[in-house]
Each structure stands twice: as structure tokens, then as C-alpha cells.
Design a binder for this molecule. Structure first.
Ligand code: SIN
Ligand code: FE2
Length: 220
């Protein structure tokens, strides 16, 4: 990526369009997916026709407020027996829909922009937040190894991303994520606690009354 300058006075400071470091191995890429959002949303509609959004149940017996689906060779699943990656959709018994080319291209480019070359995700977990939905602080740790980063793409309504530390008790920063933003975390940040604060109500031209998040992982 070329480094934009701001005409002298602020040269040397990261511009709005430059990766904003969150911690070592983690960056907020503002607007990185902006030009791709229409294509991503169209591809997502095709995914959701095959594997519909559903509210999974946690091992503790709670119905998640976030609705989820997956695409790619494996999908993340939660039910009363635990969390796992599964090659088939438990609702249909069929394989998850393939990962659309637009998804894969964007995930690879974003990973590379954050310093992670050769990212080969085998899962895209799709989260849909309606007003009030949230995701409590958690680590992404159901993957077989933590060498690959997590790439997270925000679509639709803005959200407050909670970016904590390696301990659950670390007080999280609150980062506003907008349509087209991407966050990448890997390396020393791979197991950082993160979450989403309850979604504020609103209407977005791209998605309507919700936010959608695509998280790309290498699970196996
Ligand atoms: C996640 O942690 O799986 C999703 C984060 C987000 O919705 O931005
Ligand atoms: Fe997560």
C-alpha cells in the first residue's frame, strides 16, 4: 500500500486510510472493504439462502442474541454439547456453502495489509446483530492452531468493538466499527479477548436494521 501524505504538517502520522495498530499483531483497517461491500452482501445473500441464519445455543443453555451462519469447508457451531467446527450444517446435514470468491479475496488482501501473508481461511463465520444484540468478551480459541490471524469485516450498522487484552479482566478499549471496516488480529494478539457491545438501533442502506460481521479463520 502506498503511504498517503497530508501535505506537510501531519506527514509521518498514520492517515485515516492507514492501518491503525491496536496492539502488536493487530490492526484496524478503516474502510478497507468499502469498495467491496455491495459484492460481499450480494454473495452473503446467496450463502444465507442455503444455510440460513439461526440463533445457536451456548453450552450453558443460553440462546445467543447474535444470529449466525457459515460458509467454507467448515463452520463454527455451538450447541449444549459445546463449541466445535463442523463440515456440515447441523440444521440440514449438508455441507456449508462454499466460500464465495469475493470473501476469500478480501480476507487474503486484508490479512496481507496487516502483515499476514498467505492467509488460507477455511471458515467464514457470519454474525448478524439486530438492535440490542451483543457478543460478550471471548477469545477465538476453537481453532486447531493459532498461527493464522482472524480477519473480521464489518457491514451495515456501526458497532462498538470491545478490544481487551490477554486476560479476561483486562479492561477493553471501545472502538467504533463502521460499514467496510476490517480488523485483523494474530501473532501476539491472536488470543486477545474481544466482543461487541449491544448494537444501537438504526437503519443502514446496505443491510437495513442490522449489522453483519464476517470473521475468517483457519480452523483446521
Ligand atoms: C466475533 O468475535 O466473532 C465477531 C466480532 C464482530 O462481530 O465484530
Ligand atoms: Fe470472536
Amino acid at each position: 500500500m502506498s503511504r498517503k501524505t497530508n501535505g506537510g504538517l501531519f506527514d509521518g502520522l498514520p492517515g485515516e486510510d492507514q492501518p491503525q495498530p491496536l496492539a502488536e499483531g493487530a490492526a484496524h483497517l478503516r474502510g478497507f472493504a468499502s469498495a467491496a461491500t455491495d459484492g460481499l452482501i450480494a454473495a452473503l445473500r446467496r450463502v444465507a439462502e442455503v444455510a440460513s441464519f439461526r440463533h445457536m445455543v451456548t453450552p450453558g443453555g443460553y440462546r445467543m442474541s447474535v444470529a449466525m451462519t457459515n460458509c467454507g469447508p467448515v463452520g463454527w457451531v455451538s450447541d449444549p454439547s459445546g463449541y466445535r467446527y463442523d463440515a456440515s450444517d447441523p440444521e440440514t446435514g449438508q455441507p456449508w456453502p462454499p466460500m464465495p470468491a469475493e470473501f476469500l479475496d478480501l480476507a487474503r488482501q486484508a490479512a496481507a495489509a496487516a502483515g499476514f501473508e498467505k492467509f488460507e481461511p477455511d471458515c467464514c463465520l457470519v454474525n448478524r446483530y439486530e438492535p440490542g444484540a451483543k457478543l460478550s468478551l471471548h477469545q477465538d480459541k476453537d481453532e486447531r492452531d493459532f498461527a493464522a490471524p482472524i480477519v473480521s469485516v464489518s457491514l451495515g450498522l456501526p458497532a462498538v468493538f470491545l478490544w481487551g487484552g490477554l486476560k479476561r479482566s483486562d479492561r477493553p478499549r471501545r472502538i467504533r466499527l463502521e460499514n467496510g471496516d476490517v480488523v485483523v488480529w494474530g501473532g501476539p494478539s491472536r488470543l486477545v479477548y474481544h466482543g461487541i457491545a449491544p448494537l444501537a438501533d438504526g437503519e443502514h442502506p446496505a443491510t437495513g436494521r442490522c449489522r453483519v460481521n464476517l470473521t475468517f479463520r483457519k480452523a483446521r
